[in-house]
Design a protein. Structure first.
Length: 532
């Protein structure tokens, strides 16, 4: 593969070619001398080929690093703040629309600005009447009559208002002192020993886990309104709410395990006071996305380890399909009877996209063929996006299978002709290694083609992590996992997180039965909480 090196720095190779070494006593006959010379020449050429392959690999890495740092691309990972610290450093974030984009990308100008969208009808309206003075309504000696009115709307906002709720409990006593006094009961509270109302706690969880605002900044927001609340207190409130919400977390996990397939991925999180680990070491937040067709679920779980024992524990007793990237840590769980492992096509495509980036400008080759074929696979999925599972299965068995056969033939022909460590070589090796798991989605119409759902689900956590940077204790990390699970599941079900949290924190403390708790699950909530 040739590389455009016009704009690259001139690097001196950090190696020297081996010298031809001769034995102290040369053979006397010509045939032996010739054989010795040829063997030394072969060794010299082999070392030269290895050196040139290493140079090519280094130049490709420089091109990719420069592209990620400075290039304008939908595949850039640096701006996402290490979205997925997986085994392969090439994995970056993308959406299904980006995965369908043609390579190389063509600049498309932004469309002309359209009309302003009307304001939501669900918002309350306050009428402000503007009338014409009587002096300007005089005509022909009499006042004009109103014949019409013109209405224009402005979007307004009321700044955050902090108030104190006074719970006044009436106490009654017996005049003859025969009976003890009685006092009105206080409704069950989410944090009985604190002075935080359910709505304040709902706002606290929303600004941290939905809006990505660290507790230190929310502490300053409250202070600006004349309410000093230490961030340590806010942290205790968060952990206390997570403990209260744990039953809902357990119930949505049960729904997750009922689904036909689960997406799974992991990303790093730093926990300062994790036992037997340095404060600078990495722990991990694992995400699983799935559920039933009308009950989408997103589950986060904290664990200090990235070993294969973690997914084996999280997916214990699960029977279905598991969609992941190529991280080898999932091998332990997929050995379990009843789990079929699928591997993400988006991760395959990204490797070939990187191989396109290191090509010389204007050059097209095998890499472009692979990207185009993968794009056609995604085009089939796009065409069948709203179709039934039966129609999608038929399209996969006919159209997609033919494309995959063509892709496999190209792979077998090209692999022997490329350097294994080159960008194209590593992409082909990845494709060949996981081929049986990549084509598994053909067997059913409801199975996913990639792991983008898990990546999109974990993105809010990554964005929030850029603000709060780390968790102080494992208890805080576990609390974050519970609350992220619930708010992301709420969003996946089309509900507004603050309204849902506000009602749940008000009603959950009084729930005494499983049925009462189940009534608070996102898919059982009234439509008034939906996002419009």
């Amino acid at each position: 593969m040739s590389v455009d090196i016009k704009n690259l720095p001139k690097l001196k190779p950090n190696f020297t070619l081996p010298e031809v070494t001769l034995p102290a006593k040369l053979p006397s006959d010509i045939a032996a001398l010739t054989a010795l010379f040829l063997s030394q020449q072969d060794a010299h050429q082999q070392n030269l080929v290895k050196a040139m392959a290493h140079i090519e690999f280094l130049y490709e890495q420089i091109v990719l690093m420069r592209h990620r740092q400075f290039g304008a691309s939908s595949e850039v990972a640096s701006s996402q703040g290490l979205l997925f610290d997986e085994a392969e450093v090439l994995a970056v974030s993308s959406t299904p629309e980006q995965d369908l984009a043609e390579i190389p990308a063509v600049f498309i100008p932004k469309p002309a600005r359209g009309k302003r969208a009307p304001l939501s009808e669900s918002l309350p309206r306050i009428d402000i009447i503007h009338d014409v003075p009587e002096s300007q309504r005089q005509c022909c000696g009499v006042l004009m009559v109103e014949i019409d009115q013109e209405i224009s709307e402005q979007l307004d906002i009321v700044p955050m208002q902090i108030r104190v709720l006074r719970h006044i409990r009436k106490r009654y006593g017996c005049l003859s002192s025969t009976h003890a006094p009685v006092i009105a009961a206080l409704p069950p509270q989410p944090r009985p020993k604190s002075n935080a109302s359910p709505d304040l706690l709902a706002m606290l969880l929303t600004v941290k886990y939905v809006d990505g605002l660290p507790l230190a900044r929310f502490e300053h927001v409250l202070a600006r309104h004349g309410v000093p609340v230490a961030r340590q207190t806010l942290a205790r409130w968060v952990i206390g709410c997570a403990n209260l919400l744990q039953p809902l977390h357990n119930l949505i996990r049960d729904t997750l395990l009922e689904g036909a397939f689960i997406h799974m991925d992991e990303t790093v999180v730093q926990v300062l006071k994790e036992k037997d680990k340095k404060p600078t070491s990495n722990s991990y937040m694992w995400v699983q996305a799935g559920g039933l067709p009308n009950k989408p679920v997103v589950i986060f779980d904290y664990d200090p380890s990235r070993s294969g024992a973690v997914p084996a524990r999280l997916l214990q007793d699960y029977h279905g399909h598991l969609m992941t990237d190529g991280y080898e840590g999932y091998n332990q769980v997929v050995k379990t009877q009843g789990i079929t492992h699928l591997v993400c096509w988006a991760h395959v495509r990204r490797r070939f996209v990187d191989a396109v980036k290191v090509q010389a400008k204007g050059q097209r080759g095998h890499t472009d063929t692979f990207v185009a074929l993968i794009g056609k696979l995604y085009a089939i999925e796009r065409d069948c996006k709203t179709a039934s599972d039966e129609v999608r299965l038929l399209a996969r068995q006919t159209r997609a299978r033919a494309l995959l056969d063509e892709l496999h033939d190209w792979m077998e022909r090209v692999i022997p002709t490329v350097t294994p460590k080159s960008a194209l070589g590593t992409a082909l090796a990845y494709l060949q290694k996981y081929w049986p798991r990549l084509i598994g989605y053909l067997l059913r119409g409801d199975l996913p083609i990639d792991n983008n759902r898990a990546e999109n689900s974990i993105r809010p956590f990554v964005v929030g992590r850029k603000g709060w940077l780390f968790s102080d204790t494992p208890a805080g990390a576990n609390a974050s996992a519970i609350i992220y699970s619930l708010v992301e599941t709420v969003k996946a079900n089309g509900l507004e997180p603050y309204l849902w949290l506000s009602q749940v924190l008000r009603e959950l403390p009084a729930a005494q039965t499983v049925e009462a708790v189940e009534a608070l699950l996102p898919w059982n909530m009234p439509t008034k909480h939906s996002i419009r």
